[in-house]
Write a new protein. Structure first.
Length: 52
């Protein structure tokens, strides 16, 4: 639980690239919910390998 007077600021770093256009936040019943989607990195994903 945090208590404060005046303005409040919180900053943190994320370990992966994020899609800044897709960030969404909502505040309901005293709970702040933030959705931060990962950015799709070109070339990342699975590669099929044929075994002969």
């Amino acid at each position: 639980m945090e208590r404060f007077y005046g303005t409040f600021h919180r900053a943190f770093s994320l370990p992966y690239p994020v899609d800044s256009e897709g960030i969404k936040a909502s505040f309901n019943d005293g709970v702040l919910k933030i959705s931060i989607p990962k950015r799709r990195v070109p070339g990342s994903g699975s590669i099929k390998v044929k075994v002969s």
